[in-house]
Design a binder for this molecule. Structure first.
Ligand SMILES: [Zn+2]
Length: 312
C-alpha cells in the first residue's frame, strides 16, 4: 500500500461463528443516493442489534466514490467513471486509486452486492442484474442472489464488459449482483426500503440472517448473452445535442418504432424523434433533459414477456 492509497469508509460486522464474507457497496457513482442511505440504515440496524449475523462477516460501504459524491456528480474530478476504471491502480488518479481499493475489497469477499440507481440523468426500472458467468456454479449463485433480492426484473447480461466492479468479481469468481432503483436526483423512500429489504433477503438466502423470505415480487427473469447486453449508456443515442422530451414512461410496454421521445435544438427549430429499436419495456429513461449527441436517451428491455411465462 502506498501513502496515496484510498481507504474506503466502511463498517464491518463479524459473527462469532465462521462463514462467508459479504461485501455490500453504494456510491460507486457519486450521484446515486438510495444505496448510500440504505447502507447507512443497515449499519444502524446491525449496530442496534435489530439485525444480528448468524455466521460470517459483512462489510458495508455506503459511499465508495466519496470524491464524486462531494462534487455531486457521477464521477470524481479526474472525469473517470469508477465503473469503467476497475481494477484501477494504487499510484493512479483519485478514481484509479478508489477503484484499486474497491477491487481489493471485492477480491477478499465471498459474495458481493453493488447497489446503484440511474444517477442524476436517468431513472431505471427496479432490477437486480448479474453477468452470465462462464462458471456454471458462480452463475447459479448469482442468479439465485438476484432472485432473492426481490426486485421486479432479474437481468443476466453478457459477461464480457470490463472495468466494472462486477468484472472484478467475475475475474475473482466471487458471486456478485448489482441493482438499480429509479434515480434522477431525488432520493426515493421506497427505493431505500427496497434496498434495505433486498440486502436482508440475500443475507437470509445465504443463511447469515434469520427470517422468512417474503413472497416473490419478481415479474421477469431475462438472460441476454448478446455481446454488449447490459451496456446501457450506448442504447438509443441522441442524434443531436439538445433538450430531451420523453414520450413514454418507465416500465411502459412499447413497440419497435414507437417514439421514446424527441430531442429539440436550442431554438426548437430542429426536433428529431428517437424511435425504439425493439419491442419491450422501458427499462431506463433519461430524466435530465439536457442531452449531448451520442448520449443515451433510454433502454428498452426485450425478452421479458417470454421469461415472464416461464417463471409462472
Ligand atoms: Zn451507478
Amino acid at each position: 500500500m502506498t501513502s496515496d492509497s484510498v481507504r474506503l469508509a466502511r463498517s464491518e460486522f463479524v459473527s462469532k461463528d465462521p462463514g462467508a464474507r459479504v461485501l455490500i457497496t453504494g456510491g460507486v457513482h457519486g450521484d446515486e443516493f438510495e444505496p448510500m442511505q440504505a447502507i447507512r440504515e443497515l449499519i444502524a440496524r446491525f449496530e442496534q442489534d435489530s439485525l444480528q449475523l448468524l455466521r460470517g462477516s459483512l462489510i458495508l460501504v455506503p459511499v465508495v466514490n466519496e470524491m464524486a459524491f462531494l462534487r455531486g456528480h457521477r464521477a470524481a474530478d479526474d472525469g473517470k467513471d469508477l465503473a469503467r476504471t476497475c481494477p484501477g491502480r494504487d499510484d493512479g488518479s483519485v478514481t484509479e486509486r478508489t477503484a484499486a481499493a474497491l477491487s481489493q475489497l471485492i477480491e477478499e469477499s465471498d459474495y458481493y452486492i453493488d447497489l446503484h440507481t440511474g444517477g442524476t440523468e436517468f431513472s431505471v426500472f427496479p432490477l437486480a442484474g448479474y453477468t452470465l458467468h462462464p462458471d456454471q456454479n458462480v452463475l447459479d449463485k448469482q442468479r439465485a442472489m438476484a432472485i432473492a433480492f426481490n426486485l421486479p426484473i432479474v437481468w443476466g447480461t453478457a459477461g464480457n464488459l470490463d472495468g466494472r466492479s462486477l468484472s472484478v468479481a467475475r475475474d475473482a469468481n466471487v458471486p456478485a449482483i448489482y441493482t438499480e432503483y429509479l434515480g434522477g436526483a431525488p432520493c426515493s423512500d421506497d427505493g431505500i426500503a427496497a434496498y434495505v429489504e433486498g440486502c436482508v433477503n440475500v443475507l437470509m438466502h445465504l443463511y447469515m440472517l434469520k427470517g422468512e423470505s417474503p413472497a416473490s415480487r419478481v415479474s421477469a427473469i431475462v438472460e441476454d448473452s448478446r455481446t454488449g447486453s447490459g451496456h446501457m449508456q450506448v442504447c438509443h443515442p441522441s442524434p443531436i445535442t439538445g433538450y430531451f422530451h420523453p414520450q413514454v414512461s418507465l416500465g411502459d410496454s412499447i413497440e419497435a418504432g414507437q417514439s421514446l421521445g424527441w430531442v429539440s435544438s436550442i431554438l426548437g427549430d430542429n426536433v428529431i424523434d428517437v424511435p425504439a429499436d425493439r419491442d419491450g419495456i422501458v427499462l431506463v429513461l433519461r430524466t435530465f433533459p439536457r442531452v449531448r449527441k451520442g448520449e443515451s436517451v433510454g433502454v428498452v428491455l426485450d425478452g421479458a414477456d417470454e421469461y415472464q411465462k416461464e417463471i409462472k
